[in-house]
Design a protein around this ligand. Sequence first.
Ligand SMILES: Cc1cc2nc3c(=O)[nH]c(=O)nc-3n(C[C@H](O)[C@H](O)[C@H](O)COP(=O)(O)OP(=O)(O)OC[C@H]3O[C@@H](n4cnc5c(N)ncnc54)[C@H](O)[C@@H]3O)c2cc1C
Length: 384
Amino acid sequence: MEVMETVLDSEHRAIYHGALRLAREKLTGCVAQMERENRFPPEIWQHLADAGFLGVGVEESLGGTGGDYLAAALIAQAVTRVSPATALSMGAHVNLCMHNILRNGSPFLQAQYLPQLASGTMIGGMALTEPDAGSDAMSIRTRAEPDGADYILTGTKTFITNGPIADLLVVYAVTDPALGTRGLSAFVVETHWDGFHASQSFDKLGMRGSPTGELVFDHLRVPRDHLLGPLNGGAGVIMSGLDLERAYYAATAVGIMEEMLEQSLRYAQQRKQFGQPIAQFEMIGEKLADMSTQLDAARLFTYHTLAQAQKGERVSRMAASALLFAAEAANRATTQALQIHGGYGYTKDFPVERFFRDAKLLDIGAGTNEIRRLIIARELFKNR
Ligand SMILES: Cc1cc2nc3c(=O)[nH]c(=O)nc-3n(C[C@H](O)[C@H](O)[C@H](O)COP(=O)(O)OP(=O)(O)OC[C@H]3O[C@@H](n4cnc5c(N)ncnc54)[C@H](O)[C@@H]3O)c2cc1C
């Protein structure tokens, strides 16, 4: 029996299969335009909202559609199989913005924003990275200075998923420079407020259609009640958010691997050389066997990490390991899938070319593979 069928309960299996059906039906037709125009089509957002995908993980009393972290990740996994770029934008909205407000927001912030995010009326994102603060995220320089009942936000963020189209952002800034990493705070910011500017979407190698932009906060006034989590507690909000981001993001790597295996199996049975389907060749079978083995391992690791996170366990090492493994395996899978497709795989006539480009982001986003290894090594030495 398949790993998916044995490790997931019937409710989660139904969520996954329903999401896959919907993604294939509603998103497939939009993918070519997203690639060509590098633009996120609004109708996709509407389909995701109508399906309840944008409110997953938030209880109904707060305007959401219920479910847990695993449910949210399984939806991302299914959507990835059709459009990794759509899953990336959905993840920034659901995982980086909405779930962050759910975990850390005051009752006021939750009531104000969760219903609008869950219904898709507002598009969310999260702004941590700056031009000079990527891997070294704790060295951000965006400043939030108190001014009466408000904070004044000044600084530049870059590489922000959904930045050019977002209505609401979780933004990290320095509130007390004298305290170093203990002087950071998180804020919830509406992008129509004066002092916000967003660039056009970057022209990227992959994940085309998922808008990524540079954001400028030019003396933007944020009310004090828009502080997310405790004042000067931003480092904790960042770190716990990154753990969950990694676990969620590993599910998108699983989605890429599933799709690559499925397309490679189909192609290997259809394509004939030397008078027989290439599936008959042992070196093709070897690639498929490796892809399948690593896919199952990535699934088990990812679902286990999400289940632990749901219980409130600290999953720093596990999430970094799960994503490190899944990201590297997904990149191997796209390389193998392209090889199985031969010259045709190198053309835009087959989706493997797009998945090959999209998968590369998995090595970089949510902390690079190098940073994940640093975290794992650091955690191994803890308490020794
Ligand atoms: C498409 C896309 C979407 C993104 N979305 C978001 C978003 O929504 N919100 C957000 O805040 N950010 C986002 N990011 C930013 C992303 O998190 C950063 O790109 C990532 O953390 C790496 O930072 P950097 O690009 O500045 O690389 P750098 O930190 O400059 O790293 C360059 C290289 O040096 C290596 N390196 C750095 N430090 C070390 C070290 N100590 N030891 C060994 N090697 C090291 C890195 O691993 C990497 O290989 C996004 C990025 C992309 C490309």
